[in-house]
Design a protein around this ligand. Sequence first.
Ligand code: ZN
Length: 134
Amino acid sequence: MKILKIDHLGIAVKSIDAGRNFWTQVLGLPCEGTETVAEQKVTTAFFPVGESEVELLESTAPDGPIAKYLEKKGEGIQHVAFRVAHIEEALAELKAKGIQLIDEKPRSGAGGARIAFLHPKSTNGVLVELCERK
Ligand code: ZN
C-alpha cells in the first residue's frame, strides 16, 4: 500500500455558510465550491491548502452520519483522509492486517473520488478515510 499524502481533513460543521467565514475571510483560503453527496447525506465544501485540502461537512438529514457526529461530539475534526494510489489494494492489505473496515468496497465521494472508511476502533479513535483520485 502506498500512502501518497494527506488528501484532506474532514471537519463537521452545523452550517457551511456559517462555518466557511473562518477559512475564507480569516485564513484567506479559496473555496472550491460545494457539492452534495446524497448517498452520505452530506454537503461538502473544499478549501485547498497547498497539497491538501480542508473539507467542511454539513449534514443534509437528521439521521445522516454528520448529524449523528455533531450530536455526540459537536463541531470539529471528524476524519483524516489519506490519498492512496490503489484503494482496493490498500483495503485488502489493511483487512489482512486485521484492521476493521467500515467500507469493504470503495464508494463515491465528493469530487469524483473513490473513498472508504476504516473503523476508529482499529485506529486509536481516528476515523480514517482512504481516497483515490484519478
Ligand atoms: Zn473526506
